[in-house]
Design a protein around this ligand. Structure first.
Ligand code: NOJ
Length: 554
């Protein structure tokens, strides 16, 4: 197999609980995914990332793994997994799993044994830190509260960067590393093509366990994210992981890495980098004004454009990013990036063009391809996500009214993207015949696969046009591997770039609700994609309608 076989591919993320329920218990499953492989092939997908399907108590929806070698019964069996891998392969689709190895579940056998004998061998699999006077330091977990919880019956505390049901694994312990590496190889032996690697920059800890100045929140704590800067060096762990596992199988890996600096890129995704790719979260991070969801603000088209141009300038000579507009941790991209009054099929198609054709490996998140939007949940009780519930309570304790706190979490809740995939407009969306595990208060049934699949003008059909460009006889090479070059940079709200390889492809996106006029530098050879029915042009003068996106071949 070619070394960088994954370059120029199109990927899709499945959130298994919410994709397709084959046995009608209200929860999606592996057989449900297999049933939809033809749909995914038709959409032009090469790589399929499954969010965790391992055995789990689902405190954090599977990101709390109780057994790395078992499929959770709600998803089916290992035979179902093998069948999925095989059926996907037949269709030229590679499966990648979620690799969650910073932490496991408190129900994992290792943690249970550690609790049973806090001075024994298994206690060394975790960070059990002795402390006489309360928690060892002032670090705040990602989901709120201290990162420390008491080991019952001792004066020790165990570390959890996320929820208390997700104890961090002790990567300092070579036995733990070896067990994790064996597990990774076991999955690769099975025929999966690689991994999306969860929270991987958290595996190294600052073992001095020093408190840091509070980040200014009322609780006097500091987010564990800030502590990462002191947790160095991470390189030996990552190198060992890569050399003992991924490299041996020529696996594709995409790291969940936030806030990487230009200096780290070579190390992360350069020629001999730790991962094949990392996600580009920069567009998503634009909203993060302040620390809490209630302080976040929607970003502008110009900010989006600047970030994308800057990111390519910084990254493209080093490695390949994986691009997203949404995932299972984020609001829906259409709602996040398009002003509410402008949301339409046209603007969704414009956003799709921007993501799918910019350089990188586009990851389409389930439902994105039909233009699913944020969901409405009327009360906090209807939410499932632990992070949403935490953010809501923080907002209330910071003095917001119930209404304002709810409003903030409605915009950014992870549950926005976790509701069932809408296959039809039926009561349970053709996802299941029974009530799904997560349901918003007012689902928008109008957006569904059945109504779009045979409609040449639908958002879904448009996504197919974009992914088809990756296989285009004349222009495919430029789309798959061409250089990214911004054009018409100074035109406000116009996000425009070229992909230059054997041929030249120009992408022009009017990301605004005003008509825009530009003068082309030369006549194009072919109009490859247009998200509207017509094109308003006089010679080289081009009038772009609001949210019009054009893909021109030269
Ligand atoms: C990132 C995952 O995407 C998220 O869903 C999860 O809660 C945390 N990592 C912890 O595993």
């Amino acid at each position: 197999m070619e070394k960088n076989w994954w370059k120029g591919k199109v990927a899709y993320q499945i959130y298994p609980k919410s994709f397709n329920d084959s046995n009608n218990d209200g929860v999606g499953d592996l057989k449900g995914i297999t049933e939809k492989l033809d749909y995914l092939q038709d959409l032009g997908i090469d790589i399929l990332w499954l969010s965790p399907v391992y055995k789990s108590p689902f405190v954090d929806q599977g990101y709390d793994i109780a057994d790395y070698y078992a499929i959770d019964p709600i998803f089916g069996t290992m035979d179902d997994m093998d069948e999925l891998i095989m059926e996907a392969k037949k269709r030229g689709i590679s499966i990648i799993m979620d690799l969650v190895i910073n932490h496991c579940s408190d129900q994992h056998e290792w943690f249970q044994k550690a609790l049973a004998d806090p001075n024994g061998e298994y206690a060394e699999y975790f960070y059990f830190v002795e402390s006489e006077n309360g928690v060892p330091n002032n670090w705040r977990s990602y989901f709120g509260g201290s990162v420390w919880d008491k080991v019952p019956g001792t004066n020790k505390y165990y570390l959890h960067s996320f929820h208390k049901a997700q104890p961090d694994l002790n990567w300092q312990n070579p036995v733990v590393r070896e067990k994790l590496f064996n597990m990774v190889n076991w999955w690769l032996e099975k025929g999966i093509a690689g991994f999306r690697v969860d929270a991987i920059m958290n595996i190294k800890k600052d073992l001095s366990w020093s408190s840091l100045p509070s980040d200014g929140e009322e609780d006097g704590l500091v987010t564990v994210d800030e502590v990462l800067a002191y947790a160095q060096p991470i390189e030996p762990f990552l190198t060992e992981l890569k050399e003992k596992t991924f490299d041996r199988y020529n696996a594709f890996t995409v790291g969940e890495v936030f806030d990487e600096t230009g200096d780290e890129l070579q190390f992360l995704i350069g020629e001999n980098g730790m991962f094949s790719s990392i996600f580009d979260f920069r567009p998503i991070l634009l909203d993060r004004k302040g620390k809490r969801w209630y302080t976040f603000e929607q970003s502008s088209a110009n900010a989006l454009k600047e970030t994308i141009y800057k990111t390519h300038k910084l990254t493209d000579s080093i490695g390949i990013l994986s691009t997203i507009i949404e995932n299972h941790d984020e609001a829906r991209g259409a709602t996040r990036f398009i002003p509410a009054e402008d949301i339409s099929d046209t603007s969704k198609k414009a956003l799709a063009t921007l993501q799918i054709l910019r350089k990188g490996i586009p990851f389409i998140y389930q439902g994105q391809e039909i233009g699913m939007e944020n969901q409405t949940f009327d009360t906090i009780q209807e939410y499932d996500d632990i992070n949403t519930i935490n953010e809501y309570h923080v907002a209330i304790s910071d003095g917001l009214t119930d209404e304002d706190a709810l409003h903030a979490v409605q915009k950014y809740s992870r549950d926005n993207a976790r509701t069932p995939m809408q296959w039809t407009d039926q009561e349970y969306f053709g996802f299941s015949q029974v009530k799904p595990w997560l349901l918003s208060s007012h689902p928008n049934r109008q957006i569904n696969v059945a109504s779009q699949i045979n409609d040449a003008t639908s958002v879904l059909s448009y996504y197919k046009k974009l992914t088809a460009l990756y296989r285009h006889a004349l222009y495919g090479e430029s789309i798959r591997s061409g250089v990214f070059r911004p054009v018409y940079e100074s035109v406000d709200h116009l996000i425009a770039y070229e992909r230059v390889g054997d041929r030249r492809v120009q992408v022009l996106i009017n990301f605004s609700n005003q008509e825009q006029r530009i003068t082309l530098e030369e006549a194009y050879t072919e109009l490859l994609v247009n998200n509207l029915e017509s094109i308003n042009q006089g010679g080289l003068e081009l009038y772009l309608e609001p949210y019009q996106a054009l893909v021109l071949g030269y």
